[in-house]
Each structure stands twice: as C-alpha cells, then as structure tokens.
Design a protein around this ligand. Structure first.
Ligand SMILES: O=P(O)(O)OC[C@H]1O[C@H](OP(=O)(O)OP(=O)(O)O)[C@H](O)[C@@H]1O
Ligand SMILES: O=c1cc[nH]c(=O)[nH]1
Ligand SMILES: [Mg+2]
Length: 219
C-alpha cells in the first residue's frame, strides 16, 4: 500500500486537524464538520496527482488551448455517519463523481472493548473498472474500512482504489494492508501511535460521528 501521510509537512492541513483535536474547539460541530470537509478538499487535490489524464482541446473566446483533464470514472464511497463531511469535501472537487454510501457502526457486545461492525445500508453504482475513493475520517482498528470493502465486492472490481482518512492509527493501517491490494493508496492527514482498550485512537480526537452530528444512544 502507498501511504501518504501529510503530518510531517508544515501546511494549513495541520491547523485544521489541530482544531478537530482541541477540546476547546472541537465541540463547535459546525467547525468540526467544516474542517473535515476542508481536509477532504486538500486530500482530494493531493490524490488527483495520481489519477490518469488525457489531453483535451478547450475553446476559449480568443482561441484554443490543450489541457490535460482527468480521465478516471470516479466513484466516491463514504462510511456513515462521520464520512459525510469528508464526502462533501471530496465531492466539492470531484464534482462529476458517482456516489456510494454505506452504513457501518460498532455494535458493542457485553464488554465495551468488544464490538462487531454492522453493515446495514448500502447504495452503490457499478464499480467495474472505475476509480474507487473510499472515505472515512477515522481509521482506528481498520475493521470498518475492511467490512465496507467486502460489502462493495459484488458491485464490481475497481481499476484503482484510494482510501482517504483524517486520522489513522498505525495498528489500523497494518490491518488494512493485509486486505487491500498493494497498489492501493492511503491518503491521511496524520497517523497516531495507538488505540486504547475501547478501540479509540490515542491521542486522536474522540468520537468523530458524535462530534459532527451529536451523541447517539448505544444500540
Ligand atoms: O477503524 P474502526 O475501528 O472500524 O473505527 C473507525 C470507525 O469508527 C467511526 O465510526 P462510528 O462507528 O463511530 O460510527 P459513526 O460515524 O456513526 O459515529 C469512524 O467513522 C469509522 O467508521
Ligand atoms: O478514535 C476513534 C475510533 C473510532 N471512531 C472514532 O470516531 N474515533
Ligand atoms: Mg462514531
């Protein structure tokens, strides 16, 4: 897997991530969602450098010019709920992309540290020979990403796959590397060192879905 971790470069991306982490700022849910969206825009721009391009002739009022334009059929798939603002950011740039949505949530069994991933809702176009961008801001254990990928398999085989996250745990990256093809790209704003006993990323930011959309009752 090709891992693109942008945290070592000094850019405004780190400011957006820091606002999402900061307990004195992150409770402003509009800013939290907007920061995920802005990160989606930046990572979308970065991943566009790995797409295929073809020369296109553009007619202006004064003449013609040759411009290299994206040649990929993109399907943008995000994992509900926290994936929604990241989806919006990516769709701001890949405005012609087809879209897929999948629900994946942690169902806690008797103990808080034991959970399974429940996939229920799935709406997806054909993925055959397309470029799949799979977006979820948090890559913790990696189980949601892998469960999503498995659920998408009946929809066809994508030509290339790009995974987009805001914060990943190294453990989650190690897990998904065993399930995705080695040509897969992971675009991530930052990588954190560990997970706690409940599978939350440390230092991380807490529960991204709750911060973006409010707390939910446990199922
Ligand atoms: O890598 P994993 O260990 O699978 O964890 C990551 C998942 O956890 C979060 O979703 P969550 O289950 O909190 O759902 P929500 O977005 O509805 O809050 C996040 O958006 C990922 O989907
Ligand atoms: O740290 C984590 C792990 C999973 N989901 C989140 O929202 N945060
Ligand atoms: Mg959540």
């Amino acid at each position: 897997m090709h891992i693109h971790n942008f945290s070592k470069q000094n850019t405004i991306l780190n400011t957006f991530v820091s606002e999402m982490r900061d307990v004195s700022i992150q409770k402003d849910s509009m800013r939290f969602r907007r920061n995920i969206e802005r990160i989606g825009e930046i990572l979308g721009y970065e991943l566009s450098k790995k797409l295929s391009y073809k020369p296109t002739t553009i007619k202006t009022p004064l003449g013609v010019c040759e411009i290299e334009k994206i040649d990929n059929d993109i399907v943008l798939c995000s994992i509900l709920r926290a994936g929604v603002p990241l989806h919006d950011g990516l769709l701001n740039y890949f405005d012609k992309a087809e879209n897929a949505f999948i629900s994946a949530y942690r169902h806690h069994k008797e103990k808080p540290e034991s959970f399974e991933i429940i996939v229920e809702y799935l709406a997806c176009p054909s993925l055959e020979n397309k470029t799949l961008i799979l977006a979820d801001p948090m890559l913790a254990t990696g189980q949601s990403m892998v469960a999503t990928f498995e659920a998408l398999k009946p929809f066809g085989t994508p030509k290339n796959i790009h995974l987009v996250s805001v914060i990943a745990a190294q453990e989650g990256i190690d897990f998904i590397e065993n399930h995705f093809d080695k040509d897969t790209h992971l675009w991530v704003a930052t990588v954190d060192e560990k997970l706690n006993e409940k599978g939350y990323i440390v230092p991380g930011l807490g529960d991204a879905g709750d911060l973006a959309f409010g707390e939910k009752l446990q199922q």
